[in-house]
Design a binder for this molecule. Structure first.
Ligand SMILES: Cc1ncc(COP(=O)(O)O)c(C=O)c1O
Length: 371
């Protein structure tokens, strides 16, 4: 007798990472090899985090605190929230999966956009829920269209602000208007993986400013706080919704070292400020290059720039060329934007080298078209 696997599970594809730096290092004899493909922190991790991990490592024979009490307290103090409004998880993606699980039933609907974070598509499908997606408008969310697609079975609306992979953000006035239109029986998930970067820009507002019974904000320490490899995210929302998430989350996520590291990371403003400073420099350098070459891009509010190329083939060739010169970037085809490429920010040295590689690749490709 063979196992019965649900059709909606059979239809899933395993995750394909954007990050292939080791492959590049082995295959090609190049000056530098690094990834600008996964929106990671190019300056790594705070020394305070490393110290906290060293200090805690002898404790890993024990299970961690299931309520992440110290981490929740640090987040509550930082955001001026009640600890009962916060739950931590094994990355914000883990919490996203728990949200779909807890707040919708099989065959009910999750409404979002095309060209947004693919994690929400996967979490929706793997739970046997239905996915509704509206097209992007000028590489940002089409909020008016989203409202028209609300169905009696819509249980969750997912918004990534800033959006991955386009990097665009929804300004406060538009978000105010949109949130006011959503009925109370639909959960809004505001995914703010890049909120610390966006906060540098006028007009951005994070979801923690809204007091709504049906809003959960997701944030992560993977990006600005340099903990991608440890996996720590948190959800902030009304107590009743957070209590519900505690029922479905894995009891011991995040891990013991992740909790300790996260508390240390939240205390290191110097590292955070340096991250943001390097990010602004890298973004400026990339935009200057793209302007010079006449490459179009979506306005960036996070730690990456999405460039818009002439065709799907052009984008694929660009990724291949840059990879062969040691710089891995993200082809946006899996996001449904086949003519676009997402480029994460790097250190100044990495960005300088990447700019040389991009310019060379682009000019070569244009020459090939013209000859
Ligand atoms: C919009 C968005 N949400 C969530 C995540 C996942 O974050 P985490 O590492 O906390 O799971 C990412 C990671 O790239 C992202 O871009």
């Amino acid at each position: 007798m063979s196992l019965i696997i649900p059709e909606y599970i059979k239809a899933l594809d395993p995750y394909k990472p954007g990050n292939q730096r080791r492959e590049a290092a082995f295959k090609h004899d190049v000056k530098m090899v690094f990834s600008l493909a996964s929106n990671e922190n190019p300056i790594g991790t705070s020394t305070k985090v490393i110290q906290a991990i060293m200090d805690s490592v002898s404790g890993i024979g024990l299970y961690p605190d299931p309520a992440s009490t110290d981490l929740v307290a640090a987040l509550a103090a930082k955001f001026d929230k009640n600890p009962n409004q916060i739950v931590c998880g094994h990355g914000s993606e883990s919490l996203m999966a728990h949200i779909v699980n807890a707040f919708s039933d099989i065959n009910e609907r999750v409404l979002t956009s095309r060209g947004t974070f693919a994690g929400i598509y996967v979490k929706t499908h793997k739970n046997g829920r239905k996915l509704n997606r509206v097209p992007l408008l000028n590489y940002g969310y089409d909020l008016e269209k989203l409202l028209t697609r609300i169905h009696p079975n819509t249980r969750i609306i997912y918004i990534s602000n800033p959006n991955n992979p386009t990097g665009t953000m929804i300004p406060k006035a538009e978000l105010d208007w949109f949130l006011a239109q959503i009925p109370d029986n639909i959960l809004i998930v505001l995914d703010e993986a890049y909120s610390y970067y966006a906060a540098q820009h006028e007009g951005y507002v994070n979801g923690l400013q809204y007091d709504m019974p049906n809003l959960i904000v997701l944030q992560t320490l993977s990006k600005t706080h340099g903990l991608a490899g440890l996996r720590v995210g948190y959800a902030i929302g009304p107590e009743e919704l957070i209590n519900t998430l505690y029922k479905v989350k894995l009891p011991f996520e995040p891990s013991l070292l992740a909790q300790k590291a996260a508390v240390a990371a939240l205390s290191d403003d110097e590292f955070l400020n340096e991250t943001i400073r390097i990010n602004s420099i890298s973004i400026k350098m990339f935009l200057a290059l793209f302007d010079k070459l006449g490459i179009k891009y979506a306005n960036p509010y996070a730690n990456f720039v999405m460039i818009i190329m002439e065709s799907e083939q052009f984008a694929a060739d660009f990724c291949k060329h840059t990879f062969e010169h040691g710089v891995s970037v993200r082809n946006c085809k899996p996001f449904g934007l086949a003519n676009c490429v997402r480029i994460s920010t790097g250190t100044e040295e990495q960005t300088e080298y990447a700019c040389q590689v991009f310019e060379h690749a682009y000019n070569d490709m244009i020459n090939n078209i013209n000859n």
